[in-house]
Design a protein around this ligand. Structure first.
Ligand SMILES: C=C1C[C@]23C[C@@]1(O)CC[C@H]2[C@@]12CC[C@H](O)[C@@](C)(C(=O)O1)[C@H]2[C@@H]3C(=O)O
Ligand SMILES: O=C(O)CCC(=O)C(=O)O
Ligand SMILES: [Fe+2]
Length: 340
């Protein structure tokens, strides 16, 4: 991400939103130890209350994490013209400041990758044609390990909610056709811009993740914030040795609203660069996203209209980042519009 001079930088960034600096960190983020016999109920409680928790003792080898971090930084430190060869993100590939294709911008550059097609094949023409073999292998090793952990987490969700069979969620992520993706985000420091405005630049604007579950790991630079039920934004203390798990929109629907997808955003840090890596576990495109039958009480009705993941994704990709994407799939919203 090139910044030539202060005025050029400001020009470039006039579209990036800012917010008042927030100071306090939130110490109430639930922490779940994957080896704890109580993990399933702690996970469910955290997902009901926050749609978010920190996972420790996760079993992903630190070696895979640091190898990928090194390779990712090597990539993001390349000259801009080299990085641009891996873009634009359509939607996969390298992107800088523009998020999605509907006008959202942030102080971020990223690589967005598909995980279900072997990363060796389809993406060869963009991201990995230009980058060394060890970057590709670092990405593959990391994704494999994180997927395994994500399968376990959603199986614990199923256990905790007494969903049967217990692979009702994990089978969707394990499926060869699972529509999952992976993202490396790099938020460079930007001291001049923040000093001039006295505000924090938005790195990645507020949103919920559309998929079933997102698994996030970052370096020790802060920036991630979540929105609590009372609509206040709180900063998540970073922890480079742990993972943060987000409930996505699809899981909210599949649990008929029991688990809530969490609204979150990232503020750029004026002094330190942030690097995050996120696996977004989604179902196959043809999957119907409906509440899981074993979870529904007798006579309970779905809060949502029936839709496939393809339909949801198509609509999500037409939306702006901050939009409430589930709104148009809610039955209640539809009847309100009809004046019922
Ligand atoms: C503005 C957009 C970017 C996004 C697609 C969208 O139109 C709305 C959802 C966005 C989001 C948020 C979570 C993930 O980072 C992401 C990959 C996803 O699946 O939905 C992004 C999309 C993107 O960056 O392409
Ligand atoms: O980069 C981060 O820490 C989070 C970004 C995010 O929420 C996303 O890419 O969907
Ligand atoms: Fe997100």
């Amino acid at each position: 991400m090139v910044v030539h001079s202060q005025s050029a930088a400001l020009d470039h960034c006039s579209l990036i939103k800012t917010c008042k600096p927030t100071t306090g960190v939130f110490n109430g983020i639930p922490v779940v130890n994957l080896g704890d016999p109580e993990a399933k109920s702690l996970i469910v409680k955290a997902c009901e209350e926050y749609g978010f928790f920190k996972l420790v003792n996760h079993g992903v080898p630190m070696e895979f994490i640091t190898k990928l971090e090194t390779e990712a930084l090597r990539f993001f430190n390349l000259p801009q013209s080299d990085k641009d060869k891996s873009g634009p993100p359509d939607p996969f590939g390298y992107g800088c400041k523009m998020i999605g294709s509907n006008g959202d911008v942030g102080w971020v550059e990223y690589l967005l990758l598909n995980t279900n097609l072997e990363i060796t094949s389809q993406q060869t023409h963009t991201v990995f044609r230009e980058n060394p073999e060890f970057f590709r292998s670092a990405v593959n090793d990391y994704i494999q390990a994180v997927k395994r952990m994500a399968f376990e987490v959603v199986e614990l969700v199923a256990d905790g909610l007494r969903i049967e069979p217990r692979d009702a969620l994990s089978r969707l992520l394990r499926d060869d056709k699972s529509d999952s993706c992976f993202r490396l985000n790099h938020y460079p420091p930007c001291p001049e811009l923040q000093a001039l405005s006295g505000r924090n630049l938005i790195g990645f604007g507020e949103h919920t993740d559309p998929q079933i579950i997102s698994v996030l790991r970052s370096n020790n630079t802060s920036g991630l914030q979540i929105c609590l039920n009372d609509k206040t934004w709180v900063s998540v203390p970073p922890d480079q040795t742990s993972f943060f798990i987000n409930v996505g929109d699809a899981l909210q629907v599949m649990t008929n609203g029991r688990l809530r997808s969490v609204r979150h955003r990232v503020l750029a840090d004026p002094r330190n660069s942030r690097l995050s890596m996120i696996y977004f576990g989604g179902p196959p495109l043809s999957e119907k996203i409906v509440p899981l039958p074993s979870l529904m009480a007798k006579g309970e009705e779905s809060l949502y209209k029936e839709f496939t993941w393809w339909e949801y994704k198509t609509s999500a990709y037409k939306s702006r980042l901050a939009d409430y994407r589930l709104g148009m799939f809610e039955k209640r919203a539809a009847s309100a519009v009809a004046g019922l």
